[in-house]
Design a protein around this ligand. Structure first.
Ligand code: C2O
Ligand code: CU
Ligand code: CU
Length: 498
């Protein structure tokens, strides 16, 4: 029998009391081509245990797993994927028909796959309007003409992205290139893709998601590659983690700690080597990494100094995974090459290369209960005429003016960009006059955000400036907030490269 999360009693399963670290961290298997460069990936309903002591949970996933299989592609080598929708015709989670694009007159189950961070022609981009239904499939081609990076694929269907991704439709997509190969980074079983996301569960162990749209969905159970409180057995040597925040709307703050208690964040150092769109210019030693939804961190941590010990991955102060470091053979770890001091050249895009600056607001609209009813980008609904029409190969500055009380991770399809700065302004003055009155000096991006990005945190009451070259293809794309609840409820706009 299939279970549904539609009966939201308000009571969620308290998973905090379950025994910790009894399940090994799963590593998603690799996607296998049917022939060179051609894949067929089927979306299916399946059951999986997120914890040894819980009943199986029903999920939706690519190839019947969540996260889906990890793609490994080479820069410059195109692949084609036939995405097959074999899902049931009734949704696993409750569809709110009041949400734009999810009305009663469209099928309840619709899917379309977007490869986040990829430079692809518009017809393969997974535009939210190009959904298809159970029994149908859609073939997309991915040219992979871009630098090595950790991308991810996920569902993007109009008005139900939060439910489709929330049911499990996401997975990693890694692009490799010769430059990355030359760096001697930990590879094979020493490189681990890591999806981190939170969910609520009903008392019967099934997914729980509100029946009506909510601006804020936060789970009390943190899953890593599909498991709650997993453990990971490692050797005393460097490992590379391709970390992806694939939660609907939760911001994480990750660290490594020797301390298993929920008292303080971890302070064990690691090296960040890459962000959304590939390698940083040089490894950056960090003790904590903040990740908004859809942001990625490519990190290397050397476990050789923890030989025979146990350490923990934490989110904020809470341990979420136990890492058991084997004693290993003394001296063996020493022979491994150190990380190169330099990873690649990243030229800063000069501000004067921009042919225009667009000021774009982020706003929410309050309902009776003091909760937002929807959010808009630049005051426009999704269906209103396209207003952002950059010319192919031109460079623009987009100033994201956040007039809401919370940060929003803003993502543009097709392109990579650089963050110029963030700056406090007077929101009252802006509302009255439409002019930005800055009240503080501009702050440059943090060191780990100074590489190529495709998602940027636009903090509350800050103007965040990004500089973008619209390279690749002409056509229709979208930009949106990556809090999926916001994206589904109008915080998304089309843009067109002309
Ligand atoms: Cu992660 Cu519009 O995408
Ligand atoms: Cu995207
Ligand atoms: Cu948002």
């Amino acid at each position: 029998m299939r279970h549904r999360a539609t009966d939201l009693a308000g009571v969620s399963l308290n998973t905090a009391g379950l025994p910790k670290y009894v399940d090994a961290l799963p590593v998603p298997e690799k996607a296998r081509p049917l022939r060179k460069g051609f894949y067929r990936i089927t979306m299916r309903e399946f059951q999986a245990k997120i914890h040894r002591d819980m009943a199986p949970t029903t999920f939706w996933g690519y190839e019947g797993m969540s996260p889906g299989p990890t793609f490994e592609a080479r820069s410059g080598e195109a692949i084609t994927v036939e995405w097959v929708n074999n899902l049931p015709t009734k949704h696993l989670l409750a569809v709110d028909h009041a949400v734009h694009g999810a009305e009663e007159n469209v099928p309840e189950v619709r899917t379309v796959v977007h490869l986040h961070g990829a430079k692809v022609p518009p017809e393969s981009d997974g535009n939210p309007e190009r959904w298809f239904v159970p029994g149908q499939s859609k073939t997309s081609s991915y040219p992979n003409r871009q630098d090595a990076a950790g991308l991810f694929y996920h569902d993007h269907a109009m008005g139900i992205t939060r439910l489709n991704a929330g049911a499990g439709l996401f997975g990693h997509f890694l692009i490799r290139d010769a430059l990355e190969d030359s760096l001697g980074l930990p590879a094979g079983r020493y490189e681990i893709p890591l999806c981190i996301y939170d969910r609520l569960f009903q008392l019967n162990g099934q997914l729980q998601y509100p029946k009506s749209w909510t601006d804020d969905y936060n789970g009390n159970a943190l899953l890593l590659n599909g498991k709650l409180f997993p453990f990971l057995a490692v050797e005393p040597r460097p490992y590379r983690f391709r970390v992806l925040n694939c939660s609907n709307g939760t911001f994480f703050s990750l660290s490594f700690s020797k301390n298993s208690l929920s008292l303080v964040p971890g302070t064990e150092p690691f090296q960040m080597i890459g962000s959304d769109q590939g390698l940083l210019s040089a490894p950056l030693e960090m003790k904590r990494i903040a990740l908004t939804p859809a942001e990625r961190a490519d990190i290397v941590i050397d476990f050789s100094s923890y030989a025979g010990k146990t350490i923990y991955l934490k989110d904020s102060t809470s341990p979420i995974m136990q890492i058991r470091v084997s004693a290993g053979e003394a001296g063996k770890a020493m022979s491994l090459p150190a990380l190169p001091a330099k990873l690649r050249n990243i030229d800063r895009t000069p501000e004067n290369s921009a042919v225009r600056t667009r000021e774009l607001t982020l706003m929410d609209y309050m309902g009776a209960g003091g909760r937002p009813t929807h959010m808009l980008l630049n005051g426009a609904h999704y269906d209103m005429p396209v207003t952002e029409k950059p010319a192919l190969n031109s460079t623009e500055i987009w100033t994201l003016i956040n007039l809401t009380e919370e940060p929003h991770p803003i993502h543009l399809h097709l392109v990579r960009f650089q963050i110029l700065d963030r700056r406090l302004f007077d929101p009252q003055a802006y509302m009255k006059t439409g002019k930005l009155v800055y009240t503080e000096p501009a702050a440059p991006p943090e060191a780990h955000e100074a590489g190529w990005k495709d998602t940027v945190r636009a903090d509350r009451f800050l103007a965040t400036r990004i500089i973008v070259k619209f390279e690749g293809y002409k056509g229709r794309y979208v930009w949106h907030c990556h809090v999926l609840e916001h994206e589904d409820n109008e915080m998304m706009r089309p843009y067109e490269v002309i």
